[in-house]
Design a protein around this ligand. Structure first.
Ligand code: SF4
Length: 223
């Protein structure tokens, strides 16, 4: 029987169940393919406004031609653009990749720094990208607020903010450090597979009994 009390309870009461239900359903894995922290950083830049599947199609050829940061520092803008064109926003992404590669080569010996401040100082790197790398490549507790996490955190009423950095802080306050990175991956999978932006499948959702938006979204769509 659905626990309606829990559905309407404050976020702090519901979060344990949300973490548990997601953990039963999804592996905490990143959809991007990468072999090392540098590749994850570049694939995450490429994933802006693009699906992981599409990014995964272009990266084998990209990393064969440019295997590390140093290699990208010698790249011609046009050559990188051609290799990543299908991911969209390819001119800006190319500029970011080459600029980040220069910083990594000149300041960090070609290695990706394991540090939020250092990462977010780099051209085109925001907290979202930095959190993906810190959490997934280096194992730090990290909440990644991408479009799925933003939408689901709102529907699950885990936040009342719209700014991703503030949503991140709200989720950090609710979720134990050891769960944060896995929680982000699982919530992203749930957003992709069940709680889509336009037609959330509330009727088959494992979070239905703890989601205050269950039904109300459907009602809005019908209205
Ligand atoms: S019940 Fe509906 S709105 Fe809530 S998480 Fe599930 S699919 Fe999304």
């Amino acid at each position: 029987m659905p626990n309606t009390d829990l559905k309407n309870a404050p976020a702090r009461k519901r979060i344990k169940k949300i973490i548990q239900f997601l953990a039963k359903e999804y592996e905490p894995v990143c959809g991007l393919r990468y072999k090392n922290p540098f590749e994850l950083l570049i694939t995450t830049i490429l994933s802006a406004q693009c699906t992981d599947e599409r990014v995964n199609k272009v990266t084998p050829a990209l990393f064969e031609r440019f295997p590390d940061a140093k290699a990208f520092t010698t790249a011609l803008q046009e050559e990188v653009e051609d290799l990543i064109r299908s991911t969209g926003f390819f001119r800006q992404k190319t500029k970011s990749i080459i600029a980040v590669s220069h910083v990594l080569t000149e300041q960090y010996g070609g290695e990706v720094p394991q540090d939020m401040v250092a990462l977010t100082k780099m051209p085109g790197i925001g907290r979202k990208t930095a959190n993906v790398v810190l959490g997934t490549a280096f194992g730090f507790p990290a909440i990644t607020v991408d479009t799925h996490v933003k939408r689901l955190a709102t529907r699950l009423r885990l936040t009342d903010k719209s700014d991703p950095d503030k949503i991140e802080q709200d989720l950090i306050a609710l979720i134990p450090a050891k769960e944060r990175t896995d929680f982000s991956h699982r919530l992203i999978w749930h957003g992709r597979k069940v709680c889509a932006a336009k037609k959330p499948k509330c009727g088959e959702c494992i979070l239905a009994e703890v989601c205050p938006s269950n039904g109300s979204i459907l009602k809005k769509i019908i209205e």
